[in-house]
Design a protein around this ligand. Sequence first.
Ligand SMILES: Nc1nc2c(c(=O)[nH]1)N[C@H]1C(S)=C(S)[C@@H](COP(=O)(O)O)O[C@H]1N2
Ligand SMILES: [Mo]
Length: 409
Amino acid sequence: MGSRRPDRRGFLKGSAALAGGLTVGAVEPALGQTPAPGGFIKGSDERVAYGERSRFVTSVRIAHGGRPSPDEFGLDFHIATPLQDSVGVITPSSLHYVGTTRGSFVPDIDPREHRLMIHGMVDRPLTFTMEDLKRLPSVTRMHFIECAGNRSRRQQTSIQETHGMTSCAEWTGVLLSVLLKEAGVKDRGTWIVAEGVEEVKGASSIPMAKAMDDCLVCYGMNGEAVRPQQGFPLRLLVPGFEGIFATKYLRRVKVVDRYYMTYNDYGHLRRDPEGAALGYQIGPKSVITFPSAGQQLPGRGFYEVSGLAWSGGGAVGRVEVSTDGGRRWMDAEIRGTAHRMAHTRFSFQWNWDGTETELLSRCTDELGQVQPTRAQIAEFFNAPGVPGQDNSIQPWRIASDGSVHNAIA
Ligand SMILES: Nc1nc2c(c(=O)[nH]1)N[C@H]1C(S)=C(S)[C@@H](COP(=O)(O)O)O[C@H]1N2
Ligand SMILES: [Mo]
């Protein structure tokens, strides 16, 4: 399975030859003035105070997994982000996916009342107000979150259904290590349990090495306060780990000496320590966002194939694309900077000849971990009753009429 870089000059020559006729067929030669807008958007106090998008932009989140959000009691369950419309790597806060452990109310927290307690096996138990936290040294980092249940199934007809339970934002807050060092972790403290404010608590056990490495206690998201659905006023971020560890409405971090069974646990307990550790971390993954299932190509010719890649293991090192169902793989271009544990945009220049084919993408992270095929993952996961992530390669079928379909057999 050799990989080849697309030949840039060859590509440009090819498209120039086609540009005279069919390739970028829809682009017309300039003949006169471009149309003027029919109206204008009237100013309002609300639009001055807090902007809104164009009424022509209609991309929305959808309830996910066959359970309504909101339900009859006003609870949200899983809500999926419209990846098919994404550009760049930041998910707008209004479109960030929402994951709840068992269906949850969104607590309405007054940040002046909110407290974060660090206790358990520490020298000095501490309680922080939001003001206290904002006085401490901060970091700002790009990170994805992905629900472990984000998986593609045959019957799904859009990328929003197959992959919409992941998003990427710019997060700002204090490193958890700063708070833990302030409290002074005792030698026996080898795990933490992080807990949210709800009755269900959304508590998770996290190894101390991870807590001390790069976990972030966040109050900022995409340049403003974290949104209520994402954990306002404070949420934990556990970069690269399954989304369930990223405790929202964080109010307590307890230092303990063992793994705690909590309401959140499902299949994280393994005898083999290596398997257990890897069970927390999201594997290398990628998906082509355009063209993706449910979209329609207007005709043959040039397209920039574009998608997102990410890994819990670090930065994306390489993305390959196949336009012939996986026979040949070619390097895609990384657009922008590949941040660690963050969505990374890739693109690939493609001339579609109008015949039916399958598009696939494959991510390799900086550790050298390669995104598996669906057959490979089926050996371990996806068997009935076996929990675990599915980071397998997603095939999209392009029919000869330009319609795009989920090609999972
Ligand atoms: N307090 C609390 N934290 C929580 C949850 C929850 O229900 N309550 N859900 C978890 C799950 S299952 C996921 S996938 C992520 C989703 O984060 P997001 O809603 O900001 O996308 O939050 C996690 N943190
Ligand atoms: Mo989740």
